[in-house]
Design a protein around this ligand. Structure first.
Ligand code: PBG
Length: 331
C-alpha cells in the first residue's frame, strides 16, 4: 500500500473541504483540556495588570471567585492558584505558607464557594513565601536543603488540602516529597485529594514573567539549577516521572511546555498516565510579543500551540491563554 503513488494517492483529497478536514482530524481541543493559572493578591475589588504578562492580572480574593465562575461558564475544568504574598510576610523560612488563613487558603475557599464544580489546583513550594525567593529552606551556603524543605512542604500541602484544594501540585523538585505528601494526605483523611507532580520541571529562562507576577524576581539569589532539571536531559526526566508515580502521584507534569514536547511524548509513551504540560509565562509572553510586533495572529497562534500539546500526548495544558482559548473553542 505504501508503494501506491500519485495519482492513485493524492494526500490533498481529504484536505480540500472543511468537513473532510474535521472528519480526519486526529486530535481535538476542547475547553476540558485547559487549566487556567491565576495570580492572587491582597485587597478587595482589585485587578492589577502584570507588565511582563500583557493581558494577565493579579486578582484580589473576591475577584478570584469571579474568575472561578468564569472558568465554569467557559467549561474550563480547573484553575491553578499562585499567591503574591505581601513583602512583610515573606521570611527566610517561608512560614506564611503554613498559615491556614494565608492568601492562598482564602483564595481556595473563595473559589470553591463560588464554583464548587471547578477544580482547584494549588502549587506546593515555598518561593512565594521566602525572602530569598527559593522554593525551599536554604543553608548557610544558599543551597536548598532537601529533607528539611520536604518536611515543610508536607505541612503546606496539608494546610492547602484543609482549605479545600482538589489537586496538590508540588513544584519544588525536592526528592521524596511526593511520597511524604501522599502519606500525610492519607493520614489526614484527604484520600481523594490528587497529586499532580511537577515531575519534570526544568531550570528554565522562561519563568521570568511568573517571578514578576508572584514578586520573587528581585528577591531570588542565584538560580534554581541545584534542584530544577538541566534542559540538556531527557532520560533523567523519565526517572523523575517514574519516582513520582511510584510515590503516589496521580498525574504528572512537564514544564516548560512547547520547548519540551519531546519530553511530553516520551513520558506519555513510557508510562501511559495523564501527562500535563505547563505552557509557562515566558511562552505566553513570546506569543503576546509576536502579536504586538505584528508578526502573527493571536487566535491562530494560541490554537496551533495548544493542538501541538495534544498531538504530543498531553492530557491538558496549564495556560494563561485558557479563557481566550476556551472562547475560541466556543466554550
Ligand atoms: C514556583 C513555580 C514557578 C512556576 C510555577 N511554579 C517558577 C519557578 O520555579 O521559578 C513558573 C510558571 C510560569 O513561568 O508560568 N515553584
Amino acid at each position: 500500500m505504501t508503494d501506491a503513488i500519485y495519482p492513485a494517492i493524492r494526500m490533498r483529497r481529504t484536505r480540500v473541504a472543511p468537513w473532510s478536514r474535521r472528519m480526519v482530524a486526529e486530535t481535538v481541543l476542547t475547553p476540558a483540556d485547559l487549566i487556567w493559572p491565576l495570580f492572587v493578591m491582597e485587597g478587595a475589588g482589585v485587578e492589577e495588570p502584570i507588565g511582563s504578562l500583557p493581558g494577565v492580572s493579579r486578582w484580589s480574593v473576591d475577584r478570584i471567585a469571579e474568575r472561578a465562575r468564569e472558568a465554569e461558564a467557559l467549561g474550563i475544568p480547573c484553575i491553578a492558584l499562585f499567591p503574591n504574598t505581601p513583602a512583610a510576610l515573606r521570611s527566610a523560612d517561608g512560614r506564611e505558607a503554613l498559615n491556614p488563613d494565608n492568601l492562598m487558603c482564602r483564595a481556595i475557599r473563595a473559589a470553591k464557594a463560588a464554583a464548587p464544580g471547578v477544580g482547584v489546583l494549588t502549587d506546593v513550594a515555598l518561593d512565594p513565601y521566602t525572602s530569598h525567593g527559593h522554593d525551599g529552606l536554604i543553608d548557610s551556603h544558599g543551597n536548598v536543603m532537601n529533607d528539611a524543605t520536604s518536611a515543610v512542604l508536607v505541612e503546606q500541602a496539608a494546610v492547602q488540602a484543609e482549605a479545600g484544594s482538589d489537586i496538590i501540585a508540588p513544584s519544588d523538585m525536592m526528592d521524596g516529597r511526593v511520597g511524604a505528601i501522599r502519606a500525610a494526605l492519607e493520614a489526614g483523611g484527604h484520600h481523594d485529594v490528587q497529586i499532580m507532580a511537577y515531575a519534570a520541571k526544568y531550570a528554565s529562562a522562561y519563568y521570568g514573567p511568573f517571578r514578576d507576577a508572584v514578586g520573587t524576581r528581585g528577591l531570588l539569589k542565584g538560580d534554581k539549577r541545584g534542584y530544577q532539571m538541566d534542559p540538556a536531559n531527557a532520560e533523567e526526566a523519565l526517572r523523575e516521572v517514574a519516582l513520582d508515580l511510584a510515590e503516589g502521584a496521580d498525574t504528572v507534569m512537564v514544564k516548560p511546555g512547547l520547548p519540551y514536547l519531546d519530553i511530553v511524548r516520551r513520558v506519555k509513551e513510557r508510562f501511559a498516565v495523564p501527562v500535563f504540560a505547563y505552557q509557562v509565562s515566558g511562552e505566553y509572553a513570546m506569543i503576546e510579543a509576536s502579536v504586538a510586533a505584528g508578526a502573527g495572529d493571536r487566535d491562530a497562534l494560541v490554537l496551533e500551540t495548544l493542538i501541538a500539546f495534544k498531538r504530543a500526548g498531553a492530557a491538558g495544558v496549564l495556560t494563561y491563554h485558557a479563557p481566550l482559548a476556551a472562547r475560541l473553542m466556543g466554550g
